[in-house]
Design a protein around this ligand. Structure first.
Ligand SMILES: Cc1ncc(C[n+]2csc(CCOP(=O)(O)OP(=O)(O)O)c2C)c(N)n1
Length: 885
């Protein structure tokens, strides 16, 4: 505690207090407050108080601590200029030739120095002694990354010329997409916000692997270059406190603060840099600001009264943009002339020199010092806020202009300005033809580039996918309880948790499993895992848990295996992606199982799942308490009727809605082998229910068809004729369908086949492939899909599900028979399961009515039978449809 009572100079203190008294007497309260505010401001500038969570509007690292630049500045600047040109040429060429291919110039123009300091001095490519750094690139700056790869000889000219023309197979992706460039891009960042949250969870997962003794990470670091506009995305800021709480000093964000987003300024009437600084300080990050280039140093040195600093602090970002878009004369009259002292400060400078004053994010020395300090910082993550200009160097057509982001074509005059601005050795012809600028094999630039990357372990970005396979134990060793359930009562949620618990005990696969929950382990019956494997915490458990004496005690441990993420589905999903891409990022295959309320998956964090798919994630997503009617009491926002429809649109997602524990076990086994033994780029989405029911044992010879998507479960024979109708049921509704088959036999003498459909989406995937092949390869013997083979003939089909009708309708066009779908279209609501199934009209009685109606429609039964059934089962035929409620 400081002692504010001991006064070393009472006379001076008296003078100050008297002065304040006098001012208030003369000027009133307002005047007194004004003076106090000014004093506070001054005290901040002097660094003696820090009440506000941001610092003055200047560089965090003072010149004295900047240190020497370790690279060849002049050479690096020349190389960067060449990259700028090639990146620009790539975009302009594509748009000149094809008109509407898009692409961006201005973002990389602002980020070039940030990228290049990283590439030349920090981003480690990995070698024999250490793994590669993880680098997340600002997506629409991809042309700059390609331009570098071109100069390094990694990409040929033809590839650059095919920017954004990917269909032919030899083009370059618009943004970082591992699916499309699997040897190059590691992390998809094209959807803003996903990069930042992913970077944090990747850094955290590295710690997890270390603490569990699975892999040593050494000096490996996670770097993320993101936009200041991008920081408005909720995902961008969702996990900041986690990064600080877990002391992730293996993580650095560099925010390219060009003050603009697509349409205009990020904070025209404020200061995004100051706002981000306080946000990150509040979240516990180390913040380093890089605002002003080296040519400002002398001005700050002479700014003894802080007049410059005051003016900088008082200028809002919209004004900074206008200053950035204009020349030295404008900056003189609209900034320096605003205060006589300020004018005097730059009186010795020419307008050209004022014009050339750089922002810190374009100054290699300032950036280097910041990244080095970030790298050296311990016990927490660092954010570098680098102030730049959008469209830097694009002159009148794009530098700090409102329309900078959209600028994709430059005329000859603009190209000449650009060439001259960066001193490029390009003839006018080369400009007209937009020729790429290569480096001669043994030029100084070329040698330097190669040397720098060699010193940093090799090229980057580079995606690897070579992880040793992991053996999955035999199915009956870990899931016999499900295969031979013998009518034992159990929910499929219980079954999957038991499968996971058993797999965890396997010597080979067990340690590789990563169970993940947001905050519902108890809901899903996983509390036993707390003790069995522990909850991961980098500091172990610093408290005596309230339930210490319990068998299921809440146990946190440094080597805990369960990731208990808290109420953040975005965070939990990002953890899942980190584990699901470990085979590629770390060369170690892990098998994550993320179990969550199914409604809070594809619907809530669907875009993260889409990015996970792009990234070739391998693992299990388990949508629990799934379906719209199994979760009786929870109601509209909890009941999921749509996730399977969305899952069906993700090309490498294998989605299943199993009814029985053995179906689930077969799918998990198949998926695990496909992903960690055969190492295929798929992931699984399986819905599991919290509804307890008798689980049959697995019939003979159905395993392969369970994986294909359907198998015949039973046939109910009402007479001697062949089946009159086919009933399809999936997930929990299969049980209603089985009951309906009995009613049809007993009440209406109708023979039916009952099929368990484990996946309408897998059936549809195969069927559309077969249909396409038959269409395009006329002359070959036409093939028949599994659906067609199962559902031959024209006996009507009634398919019932706990999802919307669009889900079973995925297969409707592949069968010859009339296809009737029953589902749960409409809003969910709370009630009993039986009441909900009655409401949505997917219970056994509605299945019967739908079947009778289909048979009557084609003349197999008299029309009166339908009304008779409605009457018999007490169905209210006058009710409004459920989707209108
Ligand atoms: C989720 C999402 N929303 C919108 C976009 C479209 N978009 C691409 S770049 C961009 C502006 C980015 O601004 P900023 O993050 O400030 O980066 P800058 O280009 O200014 O460096 C927008 C809106 C996107 N890619 N992702």
């Amino acid at each position: 505690m400081r002692d504010f009572d001991s006064d070393s100079d009472p006379g001076e203190t008296r003078e100050w207090l008297d002065a304040l008294d006098a001012s208030v007497r003369a000027g009133g309260r307002e005047r007194g407050l004004f003076l106090l505010r000014k004093l506070e401001e001054q005290a901040q500038h002097l660094g003696i108080i820090a009440h506000v969570p941001y610092s003055a509007y200047r560089n965090t690292i003072p010149l004295e601590e900047q240190g020497a630049y370790p690279g060849d500045l002049e050479l690096e600047e020349r190389i960067t200029s060449i990259m700028r040109w090639n990146a620009l040429a790539m975009v302009v060429r594509a748009n000149q030739a094809y008109g509407d291919l898009g692409g961006h110039i201005a973002s990389y123009a602002s980020a070039a120095e940030i990228f290049e300091v990283g590439f030349n001095h920090f981003f480690h490519g990995g070698n024999d002694t250490r793994g590669a750094d993880l680098v997340f690139f600002q997506p629409h700056s991809a042309p700059g990354v390609y331009a570098r790869a071109f100069l390094e000889g990694r990409l040929g000219e033809e590839r650059l010329a095919n920017y954004r023309q990917e269909v032919g197979g030899n083009g370059l992706s618009s943004y970082p997409h591992p699916w499309l460039m699997p040897d190059f891009w590691q992390f998809p960042t094209g959807s803003m916000g996903i990069g930042p949250i992913s970077a944090i969870y990747q850094a955290r997962f590295m710690r997890y692997l270390e603490h569990r003794g699975i892999a040593a990470m050494g000096e490996r670091h996670v770097w993320g270059v993101f936009g200041d506009g991008e920081m408005d995305e909720p995902e961008s800021v969702a996990a900041l406190t986690l990064a600080a709480r877990e002391k992730l000093d293996n993580l650095t964000f560099v925010i390219n603060c060009n003050l603009q987003r697509l349409d205009g300024p990020v904070r025209g009437n404020g200061q995004i840099i100051q706002e981000l600084e306080s946000l990150f300080i509040g979240a516990g990050w180390n913040v380093i600001k890089v605002l002003w280039g080296s040519d400002w140093d002398a001005l700050f040195a002479r700014d003894t009264h802080h007049v410059l600093l005051r003016q900088l602090s008082a200028t809002v970002d919209g004004q900074y943009q206008t200053l950035g878009a204009n020349d030295g004369a404008y900056n003189q009259s609209h900034f320096f002339d605003l205060d006589p002292e300020l004018r005097a400060l730059v009186a010795h400078m020419t307008l050209g020199e004022i014009d050339a004053l750089k922002r810190g994010g374009h100054d290699f020395r300032k950036l280097y010092a910041a990244l080095r300090a970030a790298r050296a910082h311990r016990d927490g993550p660092t954010i570098v806020l680098a102030k730049t200009k959008k469209g830097y160097g694009m002159g009148g057509v794009g530098e700090s202009r409102m329309t900078s982001h959209q600028q994709k074509k430059l005329d000859l005059d603009a190209l000449k300005v650009f060439r001259d601005r960066f001193g490029l050795a390009l003839s006018d012809d080369a400009l007209v033809e937009m020729r790429f600028h290569p480096l001669a094999e043994n030029s100084r630039e070329s040698v330097y580039l190669r040397e720098r990357r060699a010193a940093l372990g090799g090229p980057l970005p580079m995606r690897r996918a070579t992880a040793p396979p992991v053996q999955v134990p035999p199915l009956d060793r870990y899931a016999r309880f499900a295969l031979e359930a013998a009518e034992h009562q159990m929910s499929t949620t219980t079954a999957v948790v038991r499968i996971i618990s058993n797999l965890l005990k396997d010597d080979a696969l067990g340690p590789r499993i990563v169970p993940i929950v947001a905050d519902e382990a108890r809901t899903f019956g996983m509390a036993n895992l707390f003790r069995q494997i522990g909850i991961y915490s980098p500091v172990g458990q610093l408290y005596e848990p309230e339930d210490a004496a319990s068998m299921l005690r809440y146990r946190e441990a440094k080597d805990g295996q369960l990731l208990e993420e808290g109420i953040t589905e975005a965070g939990a999903l990002s953890s899942w992606v980190a584990a699901a891409t470990s085979y590629s990022v770390h060369g170690i295959a892990m098998l994550p199982f993320y179990i969550y309320y199914s409604m809070f998956g594809f619907q809530r964090v669907g875009d993260l799942i889409w990015a996970a798919a792009d990234q070739r994630s391998r693992g299990f997503l388990l949508g629990a308490t799934a379906g719209r009617t199994t979760l009786g009491g929870e109601g509209l926002q909890h009941q999921d009727g749509s996730s399977h429809v969305v899952a069906a649109t993700v090309p490498n997602c294998r989605a299943y809605d199993p009814a029985f524990a053995y179906e689930l076990a077969v799918v998990v086994d198949h998926g695990a082998r496909q992903m960690v033994e055969r190492q295929e780029d798929v992931f699984y989405y399986i819905t599991v229910m919290n509804e307890n029911y008798a689980q049959p044992s697995m019939p003979q010879r159905v395993a392969a068809d369970i994986v294909r998507g359907m198998y015949r479960f039973l046939t109910t024979v009402a007479g001697s004729e062949p089946p009159q109708a086919r009933l399809l049921g999936s997930g929990t509704i299969l049980r209603e369908v089985i009951a309906a088959a009995a009613l049809l036999r007993d009440d209406w003498h109708v023979t039916t086949e009952v099929w368990s459909v484990t996946s309408f989406s897998e059936l549809a995937r195969e069927a559309r492939g077969v249909e396409r092949a038959n269409r395009l390869r006329l002359g070959d013997e036409p093939a028949r899909s599994h659906v067609e083979q199962c559902l031959t003939g024209t006996a009507p089909i009634v398919a019932a599900t706990d999802y919307v009708r669009a889900y079973p309708q995925l297969i409707a066009s592949y069968v010859d028979a009339r296809f009737v779908a029953l589902g749960t279209d409409g809003f969910g609501r709370s009630d009993t399961r039986a009441a909900l199934r009655g409401f949505f009209e997917n219970d056994r009685w509605h299945v019967v009515v739908a079947t009778l109606h289909a048979l009557a429609r084609q003349g197999d039964l008299p029309p009166t039978v339908v009304a008779a059934a409605i009457e018999r089962y007490g169905i209210d035929a006058t009710a409004d449809p459920p989707w209108d409620h």
